[in-house]
Design a protein around this ligand. Sequence first.
Ligand code: NIG
Ligand code: FE
Length: 404
Amino acid sequence: MSNAERRRLWRDIGVFDGLCTLPEPMAVIIEGDRVASLVAMRDFDEASAQGCQEMGRGGVMTPGLVDCHTHLVFGGSRADEFEARLEGVSYEEIARRGGGILSTVTATREASEEALFAAARPRLEALIADGVTTVEIKSGYGLTVEDELKMLRVARRLGEALPVRVVTTLLGAHALPPEYRDDSDGYIRLVCEEMIPAAAAEGLADAVDVFCEKIAFSVAQCQRVFEAAMAHGLPIKAHAEQLSNLGGTAMAARHGALSADHIEYLDEAGIAALREAGSVAVILPGAFHILRETQLPPIAALREAGVSMAVATDANPGSSPLYMPTLMLNLACTLFRLTPQEALAGMTAHGAAALGFKGEGRIREGATADLCVWDVDTPAALAYAVQPGRLRQRLFQGELTHVV
Ligand code: NIG
Ligand code: FE
């Protein structure tokens, strides 16, 4: 039987549908690569089980997880920086000394495409083993046209080699490379006039991101990058208000950004701008935890304003060397006081929206069968315990790609 004709049935299963937990045990039928039916067990008609492969009972089904913010293609390691920070040196100070992102830039420039691919593959496999079916991967450690394209090519190849949808983001404006030390406007010109056009021409970037921060680029410089991206038809997003409040989020939202990410220092005006634009607030509890940040993102105010909140790993060698999305569910609850359902929605429906896939990351009739079945009793239990090995089954576009 071809996969397109195959019908699979799960009985008596708890369902988190991407936005909320359904109140009753459900029966779910997947046909080919689509969700064919989703009914409460007590309304289930046994006749519809005919021709179905029985996939099991119990557990919890969620949409496949969407990790909408990662930097998992990079060379080298930053364990030494981790130690320095434990001794009291700040993330900003390390960056000012030419370490931090720039030390990864050196290692990434030195690495071949093959070496970057080989290093990134197990990182991505770790995300997949923890339920990810869609992942965004940023460039941003090359900072030359060729090295940025090299990173994006590696990201694309990862998506071809592994059963996961990879969305690529050009983050040329991540840090100022040493060869432009006294000419940050010159570097922004390179990003706008060469990097973005080259990435667009080769179809290597699905979006464009910036790091709007004192140790990176100003609001005005980021705006130039956005205008260039939009001229090439590319959606935009921003690392903003991570270490200080510069107003990058509001500017990004005014330009229709898909998301503003980090946002610990976001103020009321920034929240209002996100709400008006319908941009997603991406919160990154891994970076908050690793940098031992104390400024909390304004979760209650975002919730009140009705801004969608996504949660992601921010997997990267510096601020978040964490490759476990279900750990982020836990951290989003413990550190940021999200409810377990909000955290799960942040890694499913809202994570999808942060990538421009509004309406995806859901389990409902007709949806693509990207989903996970977990060995837990309730969806909240996924955020409660941090325990690898709970993923019982994983479907990527209707194909069973993970069975423990
Ligand atoms: O999302 N904030 C800037 N960029 C990354 C960190 C990158 C790094 O430290 O290598 C982030 O935290
Ligand atoms: Fe990031």
